[in-house]
Design a protein around this ligand. Structure first.
Ligand SMILES: Cc1ncc(COP(=O)(O)O)c(C=O)c1O
Length: 415
């Protein structure tokens, strides 16, 4: 008889909720079903969308004899890193001109966060045994997991969402910042906050920066949706550019999953803005060693698509048009959902649906109402977050009818 496995004590981990939701949706044989869980763009036909500009660039790449499958440098494709950094900071950013801002290609936005976390854990010189890392409440859950995996043990939350009024709890957020230990690390969502769809105004961002200065808070910006909030990547870069203009050192984690539709190509960039050029060089050299030992070097394809697009004015314009198509469809779905809920007289104030921005809406539906919807083959996170792109002109009626029933029949968690 063979001896028991050396791993017999390994416990079964809980499934990752958002992936499980899609698996449940796929296994559902109902004719009418809606997946509002996954964070990916869908067309009005409910299909994934390869951006036309990406198709054109890929067609060119396929016949380019100069391209091959050699390793990229450890820090990634140089043209991509430069263009991605310019995209978030602006071409004329002083930090770029002074050579104290630079990019490191990463395995999408998650990988950029992972590099930021590892770098801060090792080299943030204000780090004590347990420097607190603050994430918004609520947030995209992986932020906490990624920073924990890098070694941070004191993960905390700052107030962000005012559930009563369904808006930003700005006062609470500032209070939590001002009460945080000096030199704490705060992770902010650069734009299109996930899951609430609520961003600070420009004036509020200035207040947030002031609080950072007062408490010597180190800001990490998670920018997974540049271009998705307003349709204009420059407008959505406000918070990142503000921190840089105000003289902060900052780490900015960019993803090109959503704004280029390159989800599975895992294209991201960690933009590092430091006090001076020599500091940036030294820090980048350490990130290079971190990458070397973690995954050696990044993949090429997606980074080449992004770089070729951003480097060519005609392709860049086409990309901006594609981005506009996506953000406009989301805004249209917000308007349609809002007007249909109101026309039906569904109890509650639904104005937050049109006031929120970006891919997600925090509907205010509670966990029991979400369960009720699941029985009607509508899949969303128990927090009530929905991906607006999962809604289409054809499934809107079905969704609204069922939300109406859920809100009317399921109160206080009971049917
Ligand atoms: C807030 C936030 N940050 C980062 C990411 C990272 O995404 P990816 O690793 O696919 O680029 C996501 C994706 O959903 C997100 O919502």
């Amino acid at each position: 008889m063979s001896s028991p496995s050396l791993f017999a004590d390994v416990e079964l981990a809980a499934p990752v909720v958002v992936f499980q939701l899609t698996a449940d949706y796929n296994a559902d044989n109902a004719d009418k079903k809606i997946n509002l869980g996954v964070g990916a763009y869908r067309t009005d036909e409910g299909e994934p969308w390869v951006l036309p500009v990406v198709r054109s660039v890929e067609a060119q790449m396929a016949i380019d004899p100069a391209l091959n499958h050699e390793y990229l440098p450890i820090l990634g494709l140089p043209s991509f890193r430069e263009l991605a950094t310019q995209l978030i900071l602006g071409k004329d950013s002083r930090a770029i001109l002074e050579n104290r801002a630079g990019g490191v290609q990463s395995i999408s936005g998650t990988g950029a966060l992972r590099l930021a976390a590892e770098f801060l854990y090792r080299y943030y010189n204000k780090r004590e045994k347990s420097t607190p890392v603050y994430v918004s409440s609520p947030t995209w859950g992986n932020q906490t997991a990624v920073f924990k995996n890098a070694g941070f043990t004191d993960m905390r939350t700052y107030r962000y969402w005012d559930a009563e009024d369904r808006c930003l709890d700005y006062k609470g957020m500032l209070e939590d910042m001002l009460n945080a230990p000096e030199y704490s690390i705060f992770i902010f969502h650069g734009c299109a906050h996930n899951p609430t769809g609520v961003d600070p105004t420009h004036e509020q961002w200035q207040g947030i920066a002031k609080a950072c200065k007062e408490r010597n808070i180190f800001p990490v910006l998670d920018c997974a949706y540049q271009g998705f909030a307003s349709g204009d990547p420059d407008v959505d870069a406000y918070s990142a550019r503000m921190f840089v203009d105000l003289g902060f050192e900052v780490l900015i984690c960019q993803s090109f999953a959503k704004n280029f539709g390159l989800y599975n190509e895992r294209v991201g960039n960690l933009t590092m803005v430091m006090h001076d050029a020599p500091t940036l060089s030294r820090c980048k050299s350490q990130v290079e060693l971190i990458i070397r030992a973690m995954y050696s070097n990044p993949p090429h394809h997606g980074a080449r698509v992004v770089a070729s697009t951003l480097a060519n004015p005609a392709f860049k314009q086409e990309w901006l048009d594609n981005l506009h198509t996506m953000s406009s469809r989301i805004k249209e779905m917000r308007q349609l959902l809002h007007s249909k809920l109101r026309a039906k007289g569904t109890p509650g104030n639904w104005d937050h649906i049109i006031n929120q921005i970006g891919m997600f809406s925090f509907t205010g539906l509670n966990a029991s109402q979400v369960q009720y919807l699941k029985k009607r083959h509508i899949y969303l996170l128990s927090s009530g977050r929905i991906n607006m792109c999962g809604l289409t002109t054809s499934n809107m009626e079905y969704f609204v009818d069922n939300v109406h029933d859920a809100v009317t029949n399921v109160k206080d968690g009971k049917l």
